[in-house]
Ligand binder design. Structure first.
Ligand code: BGC
Length: 251
């Protein structure tokens, strides 16, 4: 079974046909830079172009899932931390379903990555409480209880030292403060993880997002009570999870 997954990121909008039996891409990955400003209308046009390109390479009449860097409830986007404010209260499912002329389902990007990791990656078959964190421009989170997603956990917006955790501990903070990997993990990431652990007592923590591609740079310094592992699906988790959510109506 196949559907199309799209990942709306800060710099690029990426999409592909996803083979849901294998949990991998069936087509190449198509990418168009994210428009600036990233208004809903401009982003919808870019998503339409990405879906056209993907469909041209490998025809797919399945639904389209879109991972967005924001809270999404019942198809409506509710927040806009790192995207244009016009997304707040925007009916993304309705607008894109009409624009693309096919079923479209939006969900949070970290939730999408989490769905993919729990189905096909490092979280496969895991029970108990699992937290996936994406440490990128923002900090995204996905919470699973016995493999079931609790959507929109938004742990990156916990307040820490007078600001959001993503401002204090995200990958952007490392660059802003000029910290090396060890300094960043010890002074920023570990305190954030301790905070998350005090709230949720997870059994497993998965670190996802671009930086999970080279975990050896920072994993040695991580200290947690829970088992902590890098994600397996790397760059494609958002695309795969979005396609999965569109097919199964989850997220
Ligand atoms: C947003 C989340 C998103 C994360 C990663 C945060 O700023 O609030 O919804 O998952 O960034 O993109």
């Amino acid at each position: 079974m196949r559907s199309i997954g799209v990942d709306f990121g800060g710099t690029g909008i990426k999409g592909a046909v996803v083979d849901l039996a294998a949990g991998g891409l069936a087509s190449g990955r198509h990418r168009i830079p994210t428009p600036r400003p990233s208004t809903p209308e401009a982003v919808a046009e870019t998503i339409a172009s990405v879906v056209d390109e993907v469909d041209e390479e490998l025809a797919c009449d399945g639904p389209v899932g879109v991972a967005v860097p924001a809270v999404v409830t019942a198809g409506t986007v509710r927040s806009a931390a790192n995207i244009d404010d016009g997304w707040v209260d925007f009916d993304g499912d309705g607008f894109l379903t009409e624009r693309l002329g096919r079923d479209v389902r939006l969900l949070n990007d970290a939730d999408a990555a989490g769905l993919a990791e729990m189905r096909y990656g490092v979280g496969e078959g895991r029970s108990g409480t699992t937290v996936l964190l994406t440490l990128g421009t923002g900090i995204g989170s996905a919470l699973f209880v016995d493999g079931r997603l609790v959507a929109n956990s938004e742990l990156g917006h916990l307040q820490m030292w007078g600001d959001s955790a993503e401002e204090q501990a995200g990958a952007k903070a490392r660059e802003r403060l000029g910290l090396d990997w060890e300094e960043w993990v010890v002074t920023r990431v570990n305190p954030f993880l301790a905070y998350v652990e005090s709230l949720l007592w997870p059994d497993l923590i998965i670190i996802s997002g671009g930086i999970s591609k080279k975990p050896e740079r920072f994993f040695p310094y991580l200290r947690t009570r829970a088992e902590i592992v890098p994600a397996e699906l790397e760059n494609n988790a958002g695309i795969v999870g979005a396609a999965l959510a569109a097919q199964e109506g989850t997220g």
